[in-house]
Write a protein that binds this ligand. Sequence first.
Ligand code: GDP
Ligand code: MG
Length: 163
Amino acid sequence: FKPVVALVGRPNVGKSTLFNRLTKSRDALVADLPGLTRDRHYGNARLGRREFIVIDTGGFEPDADSGIYREMAKQTRQAVAEADVVVFVVDARAGVTAQDHDIAAYLRRLGKPTVLVANKAEGMREGAQWAEFYELGLGDVVPVSAAHGQGVRSMVEAALDRL
Ligand code: GDP
Ligand code: MG
């Protein structure tokens, strides 16, 4: 059994950077342009001897009503359906947004095991700014830096622990 881990979150939080780090590939498109990853991307990853499959998705906008955004939301819902555990990525620097709340509500409704991850956390200290992430109702937040690699191992351990 190879578990499937889906990376979801609004555009530009660093899902594809995280995917590349986990799969050690350049498969996913990383750019400043939000929503570049329109399809689902699958990759193999491992932590020590534990192998898993990771899915990268475009930005998730649950209420998106047209065109490319609707297609991205559909792709993301399919990735979540395929996943054994969801890694919900938010931006530690931006804080919680309305879109994050929408996504969190969707994930809570599904009841699928979910790990909340705050990316871009390099150089940030533990402290008050983390409290707002508990508003999302998904428990503890794991700070990571996809760009620098910090916290990524803890994130994977937290995800695989939820299986
Ligand atoms: P996605 O839309 O969620 O897939 O986000 P991307 O992986 O394309 O990244 C969006 C932007 O955030 C890019 O400019 C990345 O270089 C930047 N980024 C990703 N991870 C980190 C990180 O850990 N720290 C910082 N400071 N920037 C990051
Ligand atoms: Mg992307």
